[in-house]
Write a protein that binds this ligand. Sequence first.
Ligand code: ADP
Length: 353
Amino acid sequence: IKGAVMRNETIFSALLEAIPLAGLLITDEERILCANSAATLLFGDNLVGLAYISVLRHPAVLNAIEVTLGGQAEAKTRYTAALGDQDVTYDMTCRRVKLGKKNLILVCFRDVTDVEQATQMRRDFVANVSHELRTPLTTLSGFIETLQGPAREDEAARKRFLGIMSKEAARMNRLVDDLLSLSRVESDERMRPIEQVELNTLLQSCIITMAAPAKSEKVDITLLGDESSEYFIQGDEDQLRQVFNNLLENAIKYGGANGKITVGIELVDHDATLRGPAICSCVCDTGPGIDPLHIPRLTERFYRVDSHRSRAVGGTGLGLAIVKHIVNRHRGRLAIASTLGEGTAFSVLLPAL
Ligand code: ADP
């Protein structure tokens, strides 16, 4: 009999080890019979023989095991534990396992932190989008009411209000355009672009596109280097155009009137992160700069250093998020360097062909 029990335990251990989750088998004497290595990583070594209560301390977990030991076929719970300096969320399932005369409880822990984070991000995103749309919508509704009521006959007010309404409608349009761009970029982020693109020509054409807004802000844009040098990469031309247009637009918007923008392009023989030769294109401005505190978060959706200023210049808070996704799709990297009071440099490094 003893031999048979031993053999059973070996089989249980082998099966438990094959489950791709942290798992424990608990006996109806409330002790741990087997633990797989994923469970050992979570709860420590030498678990076999210990009372489960001394190992699993979370009240919801203990409760789930207790009701299963009491006869319920299955119990589930979700709980969050601090692991090092981060919170990890687990889906825990207890099931009764009847093996001959033995009643065992199989307890499994699945790490659902990523799913939980994605759900939270989706919630935040919807809340942000609603908030962003609500502000212009409230303004529009307010002015429509005023025009229908008190200002019905006031020619001057009507002209002024219609001007503001048209600005707010344009803001909503930009937001929807950026949201659609972001969703398109995200959906093909896993597909590697296949066109061959020459970046020097592309940069020159982006500078021409931005000439009018630059002129109206009295900003000067200079391209450094030889206009006829060629820098080839594998990419998606439309998306790369969007990257540089967004960076130039930001440099114009935030660089301040009478600022100077310099655009440079060069071959980097070896970029450590990209593990090979890269083309580095840089958009530098002479604006107020960005506090280093904000730099790591700038590419998050709707993150703005100064929301007031961003809205005043017509920003949606999505420009750099779009840039980051496009650069990721190209297996490149975005580097941001800034000195307060001096200016900011956005460098896009893309693998050279
Ligand atoms: P927005 O639509 O608000 O411009 P972005 O994603 O393009 O959104 O940029 C995020 C934030 O980063 C901006 O709100 C601004 O605070 C900051 N930022 C971007 N580019 C610059 C720059 N060249 N100089 C200073 N701040 C900048």
